[in-house]
Design a protein around this ligand. Structure first.
Ligand code: SF4
Length: 459
């Protein structure tokens, strides 16, 4: 058993290797960002400090749209196939004058990672930007990554979102709603940030975002729309105004009245939490529902204010998606850093939503080594036994994995991880009535069965 110390407080050790015949070849990047394979070395995945060489058993061809990233100020960890040992490399073994860096995969939507990229950090390394960092390698002339398919719907498939069509949609909506400030805000989402949800509004497909809120009562470590004094850049800027109920309803109706199985979602990015825009959301829902019963109205939220969300449910919200990283209070608090609410209030909201027949999804933020750890799995299973939720949206946590594991270990010991895939299989078998997915479903699909077990058999 080999021990390494890749970052302060995170110990690593090599996991059992059961399949030695089909290793995935390691990849690295040079200082110019050129990515290449390193024959003789296998890629290694990390799971809360446990190291596992990648093989064809635990990695698959990288799904279309996956992006590879060079990790600066870090050294890659590989498995040397001739010595059968883990090695941390600084230089290219085939060109000792060339420095090398780890390469991680940011996998396309609908797939969750089973291992993070394995690396060590330099002292005082900058935190990684807000992405997930899956283990990746090279096999049979293609890039592979340690991913598990969750949802193969084509909602965010970039091949189906040609930019010319997005621009055409933008121009059309400009003509129709010239003074709508929310329309203008969403143009930036689609055209500057390349946000697939924003693009879908202009392409008139699937789910459209309805950002409304400028503030939030959590301070998530990995908040994409606001970072202060963290040394990390937020990846989007937050909305700076509160749209009127009429502006919200106009955008929502544009989508709902045209798109088949449409969804419109509050809390879909570039904003705070919708609970802080209740004064415009509640009347907007009423305007929409006065006009049509078509379409699914959804709210993505931290669910911290049951009394406000009850008003949303009563106004006509069809579904709620609650974001949670952990079902243990200490770990939840260490990541969400709630400012004026308790974990108990979230549970209360979920309870009310279930009682009122609102479709409830948990947006469960996955980090290998933590989400599948013994204690987190136990807490999640207890939650599922006691709450009749409808769907688990498995999502990759977009945060520096070593810093996350360290933060969680500081909050509470999580025990040994038993593998993300094993964890998912166990949940799917124990709770066959709970859907697995990645996206918010339209109400027409609220009763669909869980397809996860057949999906992983096919892949
Ligand atoms: S709940 Fe959402 S908006 Fe609020 S801090 Fe967390 S990620 Fe940011």
């Amino acid at each position: 058993m080999q021990r390494l110390y890749p970052a302060p407080n995170l110990q690593c050790k090599l996991m059992n290797i059961s399949d030695k015949t089909s290793f995935i070849t390691a990849i690295a990047a040079n200082p110019k960002g050129k990515i290449f394979d390193l024959p003789g070395y296998a890629s290694v995945g990390m799971s809360a400090g446990m190291l596992k060489p990648l093989t064809t058993q635990n990695a698959a061809p990288a799904p279309y749209g996956t992006e590879l990233m060079l990790l600066p100020e870090r050294k890659p960890i590989f498995y040397n196939l001739s010595t059968n040992k883990i090695e941390t490399l600084t230089f290219n073994p085939f060109n000792m004058a060339e420095k090398i860096y780890p390469v991680a995969a940011f996998n396309s939507p609908g797939h969750i990672i089973s291992y993070t990229c394995a690396y060590t950090e330099k002292n005082n390394a900058i935190p990684l930007p807000l992405f997930s960092y899956g283990a990746a390698g090279w096999h049979n002339n293609q890039f592979v990554s340690a991913v598990i398919p969750i949802d193969l719907e084509k909602r965010q498939d970039l091949r189906l979102m040609p930019i010319e069509k997005v621009i055409k949609g933008v121009k059309n909506l400009r003509k129709k709603l010239p003074n709508n400030r929310l329309r203008k805000h969403l143009e930036k989402c689609a055209l500057e940030y390349g946000c697939p949800a924003g693009k879908n509004l202009f392409l008139k497909r699937y789910e459209a975002p309805l950002p409304t809120s400028v503030t939030c009562n959590a301070k998530c470590l990995g908040c994409l729309s606001l970072q202060k004094n963290s040394g990390i850049r937020s990846s989007q800027d937050r909305i700076t105004f509160k749209p009127s109920p009429a502006e919200i309803a106009e955008i929502a109706l544009e989508h709902i009245l045209i798109v088949k199985k449409s969804i419109v979602s509050f809390g879909q990015g570039r904003e705070g939490d919708p609970i802080y825009a209740a004064d415009v959301i509640e009347p907007a829902i009423k305007i929409i529902r006065k006009k049509t019963t078509q379409g699914t109205i959804n709210v993505n939220t931290n669910a911290s204010k049951p009394e406000i969300l009850t008003k949303f449910f009563d106004a006509g919200i069809d579904s709620i998606r609650v974001s949670i990283n952990s079902f243990r209070k200490s770990c939840y608090n260490a990541y969400f850093r709630p400012q004026n609410y308790t974990f108990q209030q979230i549970m209360q909201t979920i309870d009310i939503a279930c009682q009122k027949g609102v479709f409830v999804s948990i947006n469960y933020l996955n980090c290998p080594g933590f989400t599948d750890s013994a204690k987190e799995a136990e807490a999640f299973i207890n939650f599922l036994k006691n709450n009749k939720i409808n769907r688990i949206q498995w999502r990759n946590l977009n945060y520096d994995p070593i810093r996350y594991i360290n933060a969680m270990n500081t909050a509470e010991n999580s025990g040994t991880p038993y593998g993300v895939k094993n964890h998912l299989k166990n949940i799917a078998k124990t709770f066959p009535n709970i859907q697995f997915g990645y996206f918010n479903p339209p109400k027409e699909d609220f009763k669909k069965p869980n397809m996860f077990l057949s999906l992983i058999r096919e892949n």
